[in-house]
Design a protein around this ligand. Structure first.
Ligand code: F6P
Length: 360
């Protein structure tokens, strides 16, 4: 039997998952290996294992296809985070079962494609003797040890397109338009899209905001003859002294579901300024559809590198983008601590230089 690798996708989906699956499978084939996909996230590794051979026609068209052909899960036995990002350790019996599953499938290595939650599970698996390597995925771009996760660029493109569209309607109606984007604990999507889409106010989780500051910006624009204002708010942004806004009853078994801050900000602005305001929640549109060119290239490089790591038996590593190189770092360095938007960094500084209100 040829050496065989497994590929698994975990956590929330995002554009580019299929492109990584394709790249890993093709790079494996070039080495004379077989590649199988694990279905439905890590649970597909448990008996009776759920897998799919990654070969032939199945790989055609994957580079541009949204979602994941393997399915994914961000809850269940392998959910790594609960509440507001609290980590959870998997029971030893579950790790034993998972290891047995990998052995029964004859895997020489497992490529785990995931965000902070799924990769912290991968780290636990590695510590338990499972030969796993990681690929950093999340539209939130909040994983440490890589300057970019895949999926992020596509989400920014989606949010920027939304801002372009909101501009014309805001101007026509002389309104405030608030766009709520994803970003639980890091405001990368909000700040990139806000700069790319010419927002007047950008609210990110890293900077607690004050309504007076936002309203001052609306008033300033009004005085300057600009009768509309565009606000971008990350779902995890908080008013100073306030808490996260959640959109559903919270389960003890999974991460809190954020959402609703956009509507709150919009209502407050209307109340305090008397100016008509509307809110649009972009939600899962940011996670759907085809990956951008940048993401396609990144995914292809990540998938190929993951296979190289397995060939070199560098298990417990995650592939990373340094800005110029595709390299690798220990999974332990990439998980645990989230990468937030640095307050003294170039993007925040650029926003301030442009006179964009950051709510503080
Ligand atoms: O972590 C990625 C993310 O897109 C967050 O920005 C968002 O809060 C979350 O996933 C939503 O996940 P779901 O609605 O799929 O549970």
């Amino acid at each position: 039997m040829n050496p065989r690798i497994g590929v698994v996708t975990g956590g929330g989906d995002c554009p580019g998952l299929n492109a990584v699956i394709r790249a890993a499978a093709k790079a494996a084939h070039r080495r004379g290996w077989e590649a199988i996909g694990i279905l439905g996230g890590y649970e597909g590794l448990l008996a009776p294992q759920q897998t799919k051979l990654l070969a032939g026609e199945l790989l055609t068209g994957l580079l541009v296809r949204g979602g994941t052909i393997l399915g994914t899960a961000n809850q269940g036995k392998f959910s790594a985070k609960v509440g507001h990002g609290q980590s959870r350790r998997l029971p030893t019996e579950l790790l034993d079962e998972t290891k047995l599953g990998c052995e029964q499938l004859g895997l020489i290595g497992l490529v785990s494609i995931g965000g902070d939650g799924s990769l912290s599970i991968a780290q636990q698996m590695f510590e338990h003797g499972i030969p796993v390597v990681g690929v950093p995925k999340t539209i939130d771009n909040d994983l440490a040890a890589t300057v970019m996760t895949f999926g992020f660029d596509s989400a920014v493109a989606c949010a920027t397109d939304a801002l372009d569209r909101l501009h014309s309607t805001a101007e026509s109606h002389r309104r405030v338009m608030v766009l709520e984007v994803m970003g639980r604990y890091a405001g990368w999507i909000a700040i990139y899209a806000g700069l790319a889409g010419g927002a007047d106010v950008i609210l990110i989780p890293e900077i607690p905001f004050h309504y007076e500051s936002i309203c001052k910006k609306v008033a300033e624009r009004q005085q300057a003859g600009k009768h509309f204002t565009i606000v971008v708010v990350a779902e995890g942004a908080k008013a100073a002294g306030g808490d996260y806004v959640t959109s559903a009853e919270q389960s003890q078994q999974r991460e809190a579901r954020l959402g609703g801050i956009g509507a709150k900000v919009s209502a407050e602005i209307q109340e305090l300024t008397g100016k008509e305001s509307r809110c649009v929640v972009l939600g899962h549109l940011q996670r759907g559809g085809s990956p951008t060119n940048m993401d396609r290239a990144l995914c292809t490089a990540f998938g190929a590198k993951a296979v190289e790591l397995i060939a070199d038996r560098k298990f417990g590593q995650m592939v990373t983008f340094t800005g110029s190189q595709i390299a690798s770092v220990p999974l332990s360095e990439a998980t645990g601590e989230l990468r937030r938007v640095p307050l003294g960094g170039g993007f925040v500084t650029a926003a301030r230089s442009m006179g964009i209100c950051l709510g503080d």
